[in-house]
Design a protein around this ligand. Sequence first.
Ligand code: KIV
Length: 283
Amino acid sequence: MKTNKKSVPLIRAHKADGENPPIAMVTAYDAPGARMADAAGVDIILVGDSLAMVVLGYEDTLSVTVNDMAYHTKAVSRTEPSALVVTDMPWLSYHTGVSDAVRNAAKLIRAGAEAVKLEGGANRVEVIKALADAEIPVMGHLGLTPQSVHAFGGFSVQAKTREAAKKLLDDALELEQAGVFSMVLEAVPQAVAAKATEILKIPTIGIGAGPHCDGQVLVFHDLLGLTFGHKPKFVRRYGALGEMGIKALEGYVHDVKMKSFPSPEEGYQVGQGELDDFRYGRN
Ligand code: KIV
């Protein structure tokens, strides 16, 4: 194992403070993405079910399956990153009973995930305990849980009322007690995320949850400018790879049309004798 390999116990113990900088987590879904993320020094690579939206072109995350997640986890884990590899359990892979949940999580672990992430609060305690019993580490996910898109009536900020904030904090404590090693807080008011971070011993990892979490996560395609259309307020773009890619492809199309690609140097040559054979069809 690499000496700088990130592990579940290391992350579990990592509360950001004066000595410990926040955890940096990013999604990746294939080998080049994982290599880039690891070379950049991220602590955790999340094979997120956002795969459905940013790679596979669906409107929401509900269409990806355990097999899809396992396939992409294999691609990421083949790169043997130093970062911890966590894979999302997709919708309906842990909602139909603990034995289904353990069997599905095991598929993801066998594909190379070192932990799984699942969405929900107190209603997931039994599943989390069963996974812990099967030695499968679990990351929690509260706030805007995209698999609840229809129940929420869209992708909107959560925990905005006093009751909803209290419910989120109660859920967070229940998840911690059930054994999660860290927790994503998505699209919740900064003050609520700060309170969760204060009361939990495990690290919180925010997305649209403000600066007081123990870590941050962004979607690979969002931060590199590879997503088109609406950009959520919490996304900071660190690159414009979409625009760069279109420019590069335009250059390619231009060169093909103008017959300036490929040049003779970009092809293979044969000796004159062989050429004569081709020309005159001699054996
Ligand atoms: O699937 C995903 O990308 C996620 C992150 C937004 C946390 O769950």
